[in-house]
Design a protein around this ligand. Structure first.
Ligand code: BES
Ligand code: MN
Ligand code: ZN
Length: 530
């Protein structure tokens, strides 16, 4: 059943986010979360009235060096009747002038990590700001809520050992002093839950092992989403790929027992006939490297090689739930990359949907092979913009480390829009040059192009390769190979699959102006400066 496919793959955290007007001091929540700026004796924003009753506590903690308001610092207290909440969690935001949406997400994520262990079911918090950094109330509320929800995330679907029961958070109340801000905050909270749920869907999909999250299972999930959200979903099977001539995609699937799928998911929130934004996500459900097999160390992480596809699926889910006034069509070329007696071999030449032939020098450069056909196919839908997102190259980590998404493209406006969306969401990108000399590295002596470009500039030669398959369509590529997985937990991201790119894509889509439809974002149009 379609809906079973969906529930079986999701780890649920259901936290109700709400906004209410009133005074923090008299909240009925079990825990009050209070922000504090470094080097300031007074609490910021709506927490200001608590500065006096909490003065002794704050001074004491500061003098003992326990809590100074440094970014992401936490301090738990039992205020004993000074305020009505039984517990108080102080969280540092760092210097007021340095507060951004990202520092707020991080502080909330850190707090979430502690809250998880406390057995608290209901928390109250003031709006962090306005007046902090350059944040609008809408942006601050969104950042707070996203940091909280993403920080609570835990992938525990396979742990059968029962731990001592800890109650989990089910409700968070933003206590807002200025009543006029209530609808804005409410709008942001709703927005943030949809966005966070999408990011967590991508985390779930990536964290599921490849024996569960197969191409067929992801196709079922896409169908379930389509049924729920009234989207159009089409699954292209191998026979059709062969009929069309997608031999690069089919070639990668040859080594696997799992049938490949080209999953297409369409959301129409824009005008009828308006060119869509096309999103293509690499969906290798497991990358062994194929005949050019990878070393076994860390190979288990290659279950996340479908993070691009997961991001596309999740972004479309969110676009539909947010009712964004834009037409979006997502393409997920999905297959395993396995070695076997039927697998493609180094030196094999495949003809692509575009007509270009590829010499497969290395079967481990499979992402660009499946993307070649998917990009050509997506371009046939005449999109306004074509964006792909892929865990494409180990070289991305060498070039940029684990804190930037590689960005490359043929359309400066599109590249700029993606860059901007990355800044806003904290999923930052860094552009690479797509210069002509790099194309020399992927020349083949027998075919039109070869699938590897040597040791140097691996992110770029991969991008150059992809660019050959998009025709004249304005295109950009996001390489998330180094950001899709982390071993060291971060404030709002636990170890494992990060769901990177989801929030960036949603933000990017939400900034698209539709010709006909007015923004449906209500009170949220004023979140310009973040
Ligand atoms: N999925 C990998 C890229 C990757 C590597 C992602 C490490 C995350 C962590 C991709 O399919 C791959 O294997 N790329 C090769 C390309 C090379 C053969 C040109 C790589 O980067 O080694
Ligand atoms: Mn590979
Ligand atoms: Zn791969």
């Amino acid at each position: 059943m379609a809906s079973d496919a969906k529930s079986a793959l999701r780890s649920r955290i259901a936290v109700r986010l709400e906004a209410a007007s009133g005074a923090l001091a008299s909240t009925t929540a079990e825990l009050l979360l209070i922000p504090c700026c470094e080097g300031e004796p007074t609490l910021p924003g709506d927490a200001k009235p608590l500065s006096k009753p909490l003065a002794a506590l704050l001074t004491d903690r500061r003098e003992r060096g326990e809590f100074t308001g440094k970014a992401n610092q936490l301090s738990l207290a039992e205020p004993h009747g000074v305020i009505s909440a039984k517990r108080l969690l102080l969280v540092g935001l760092g210097k007021r002038s340095a507060v951004t949406a990202e520092t707020i997400r991080q502080a909330m994520g850190k707090a979430a990590g502690q809250i998880k262990t406390l057995g608290v079911t209901h928390l109250a918090t003031p709006l962090f700001g306005p007046g902090l950094g350059k944040l609008t109330p809408a942006a601050a509320a969104q950042a707070q809520a996203e940091g909280l929800l993403l920080g609570l995330y835990d992938f525990n679907l396979y742990k059968t050992e029962t731990k001592p029961p800890v109650k989990s958070l089910t409700r968070a109340t933003w206590v807002v002093s200025d009543k006029r801000l209530l609808p804005i905050v409410q709008g942001s909270l709703k927005w943030a839950s949809i966005v966070s749920d999408a990011a967590m869907l991508a985390r779930d999909l990536g964290n599921h092992p490849s024996n569960v999250a197969t191409p067929s299972k992801i196709a079922e999930l896409a169908k379930a989403l389509a049924a729920e959200l009234k989207l159009r979903c089409t699954i292209m099977e191998r026979a059709e790929m062969e009929r069309l001539g997608m031999w690069a995609l089919v070639g990668v699937a040859r080594g696997s027992q799992e049938p490949p799928k080209l999953i297409m998911l369409e959301y129409k929130g824009g005008r009828a006939g308006e060119p869509p934004i096309a999103l293509v996500g690499k969906t290798i459900t497991f990358d062994t490297g194929g005949i050019s097999i990878k070393p076994s160390e860390n190979m288990e992480q290659m279950k996340d090689d479908m993070s691009g596809g997961a991001a596309v699926l999740a972004a479309i889910q969110a676009a539909a739930r947010l009712k964004l006034p834009v037409n979006v069509i997502g393409f997920l070329p999905a297959t395993e990359n396995m070695p076997s007696g039927t697998a493609q071999k180094p030196g094999d030449i495949v003809k692509t949907l575009s007509g270009l032939t590829i010499e497969v020098i290395n079967t481990d450069a499979e992402g660009r092979l499946i993307l070649a056909d998917a990009l050509t196919y997506a371009a046939r839908f005449k999109p306004k913009w074509l964006v792909d997102i892929a865990t494409l190259t180990g070289a991305c980590g060498v070039a940029l480390g684990k804190h930037a998404i590689g960005l490359i493209g043929t359309a400066p406006k599109l590249v700029a829009a993606l860059k901007e969306a990355g800044e806003v969401t904290g999923e930052r990108t860094w552009e690479m040059p797509l210069w002509e000399p790099y194309y020399d590295q992927i020349k083949s002596y027998v075919a039109d192009v070869q699938n590897v470009g040597g040791r140097y500039g691996g992110v770029i030669t991969a991008g150059a390769f992809l660019s050959k398959f998009v025709g004249k369509t304005p295109w950009a590529h996001l390489d998330i190979a180094s950001t899709a997985w982390i071993d060291e937990p971060r404030p709002y991201t636990p170890k494992g699959v990060t769901g990177v790119g989801v929030r960036l894509l949603i933000e990017f889509l939400s900034r698209q102006r539709s010709g006909a439809t007015k923004s449906r974002r209500g009170g949220r149009t004023t979140r310009a400066s973040r």
